[in-house]
Design a protein around this ligand. Sequence first.
Ligand code: FA5
Length: 347
Amino acid sequence: MLQKLEELIVEFRSAIGEVDKKASLFDLKAEYLGKKGKLNLILKSLKDAAPEDRKELGIRSNNYKIEIQDSIDKKLAQLEIDEINEKLEKNWQDITLRDSVRDLGMNSAGYHPVTIIQREIEDIFLSMGFDILDGPHIEDEFHNFEALNIPATHPARDMQDTFWFKDMEHLLRTHTSTIQVRGMEAHKPPFKFVGPGKVFRSEALDASHEAVFHQLEGMMVGENISVSNLIFFMKTLLSEIFKKDVNVRLRPGFFPFVEPGFELDIECLICGGKGCSVCKQTGWVELLPCGMTHPNVLKAGGVDTDKYNGFAFGLGLDRLVMMRYGIDDIRHLHSGNLAFASQFKAY
Ligand code: FA5
């Protein structure tokens, strides 16, 4: 009987090594530990064994029973792990992969260069205590023209070719100066804010002109604001953006909403001032028109002009992007070409 027991455990050890499915394991368990299983048959016949062998047989049978149960439990745990691994192998997903939806707006390498520069400028002005405002693309005549000292008969309305809606009362804003008006309506002086966004003009397109482009408006209203305040903020902006000396020139500029008005031009960084299609062979690029806000504009915005004055500027964002990254045609910026747009990094 002892020999039978020894044969049984050797046979079991080899059989369990072969098992690779849970179903066969349960069969094996029944075969050895079941009521009518091999071990039980031996245990039942213990009574027939010689009395001097019974104790030894009892101890061994018990030990083998424990060993068989243990081996079966371990095997079951192993088979369950194998099952999970097999499922993971078949159904795995790489959660670090970018999905196609994100690719529509932002690619792995970063943001569109206009977004990069816009955010940098926002940070520069936030750090100087400015707020960031927004405004609608679809505007009315009042906010785009009248409140900015451009009445219906004013020739300056023709300076910006406007996309009008059929009702001839609404339009796509031609500049972000509309945000000045909305900012004054919403705030009590003193205040200072910038407002970036898309603007729309029915323009002939070339290397430096788009029909849809970006501007960033700025306005500061308070007591005793001077041209030196304006120049300080413009200089700070350019030195932070270019992180190097760039040649600029300030010349008189005419805009009905500022008096005096200035044009701040930057020496063309595409040709180094020699003349090219971007600067129209002049060596200079119009970038940052600005000036002291006209009292009529402050009044239209509800500002008390006996107490307060201010300045405003309207930065051409796309042209600034072109200067910073050496892009020689504005149309690249709106081409929708991801290979182009993914080359740019913040400084
Ligand atoms: C204006 O739009 C004024 N609202 C700016 C302003 C604000 C002046 C506050 C004074 C005070 P202008 O039309 O020049 O100005 O446009 C401003 C800047 O936008 C230009 O210097 C240029 O950099 C950019 N810009 C103008 N037209 C285009 C265009 N078609 N494509 C790309 N950039 C343009």
